[in-house]
Design a binder for this molecule. Structure first.
Ligand code: ZN
Length: 296
């Protein structure tokens, strides 16, 4: 049999027995063996590939294969701009409200650079109030920091700490460290600094990052299949932003993409990373490097 045919047949076998690398029914070793044999047909040394495959961590060390129950309440979400809370974790906020958890929101910036509409700052303030009503959010603060102007400040870290303590948050959410917009990453670093200070307290809240515009490290999925339609309704409130791009479609595509490793019945999911108390002792940069190191 020619190598090409052999590869085709093995590919078929792989497809039948290990429908995808995410298939839960097939052991990781079995998949690794199949991949190694495929790779040996295409010129890779079987010994080298077998050795490196066995040393690499299996998928379940990198991503969850099951959706989780909701983190404990009250929740406090830090959003860099009005809309990030809805796009990033609107489904989970709805679910938290449905399950009786208190949820609170802080919008860090005034969002003045999110378009050229006159009176944009006031429009965005109004939009976040309307979206919060749909999502069942109990309180909304707009801190009105300059858009694209967030930077490290001891005063702001202090303000974040006080807010966390005032609402008695059990779970605190901030954007993932690999977000692209600098305000998103600054929000992550500011909240991280506040959480590090609070970790010395007797009862410290749990730290979670959520995804907004891109995929970030995740170790927790929330199934939002039942909340998807209402999330879309809340997203539609942000007309000032949706005129800039089709965010509704983009966000639902990201949520769909997060179901790769989940049961077929889960149509959409939101991804989070829950940081351990040990991780909170390190810098967010170091923690993120350690997560990426798991792939090698
Ligand atoms: Zn944003």
């Amino acid at each position: 049999m020619k190598a090409a045919n052999l590869t085709t047949n093995r590919l078929k076998k792989l497809r039948n027995t290990a429908a995808s690398p995410y298939n839960r029914g097939v052991s990781n070793l079995q998949q690794a063996a199949l991949y190694c044999s495929l790779r040996s047909d295409t010129g890779f040394s079987p010994e080298i590939t077998a050795r490196s495959m066995s040393e690499l961590k299996p998928e379940h060390r990198l991503i969850p294969f099951e959706a989780s129950s909701l983190p404990p309440g009250p929740w406090l979400v830090f959003a860099p701009h009005a809309d990030d809370e809805t796009f990033g974790m609107g489904g989970s906020l709805l679910k938290a409200h449905d399950e009786g958890r208190q949820t609170h929101l802080v919008v860090m910036t005034d969002g003045a650079l999110g378009g050229s509409t006159e009176g944009l700052v006031d429009i965005r303030k109004q939009e976040v109030q309307e979206a919060a009503q749909i999502l069942g959010i109990d309180s909304v603060d707009s801190w009105q920091e300059p858009d694209r102007g967030l930077k490290h400040s001891a005063q702001l870290v202090n303000k974040i700490m006080q807010k966390i303590q005032r609402v008695g948050a059990a779970s605190v959410f901030f954007p993932g460290p690999l977000e692209l917009h600098p305000d998103h990453r600054h929000t992550a670093l500011l909240v991280w600094a506040a959480m590090q200070n609070l970790s010395k307290e007797a009862v410290a809240p749990d730290a979670y990052s959520y995804e907004i515009g891109v995929q970030n490290p995740v170790n927790l999925f929330i199934d939002i299949t039942a909340q998807r339609t209402r999330k879309a309704r809340a997203m539609a409130i942000y007309a000032s932003q949706n005129d800039e791009n089709n965010y509704e479609e983009l966000v639902l595509a990201l949520d769909k993409g997060r179901t790769f490793t989940l049961a077929a019945a889960v149509s959409h999911a939101e991804g989070f990373y829950r940081y351990s108390p040990e991780q909170l002792q390190l810098s967010l940069q170091e923690v993120t490097h350690n997560i990426i190191d798991l792939y090698f």
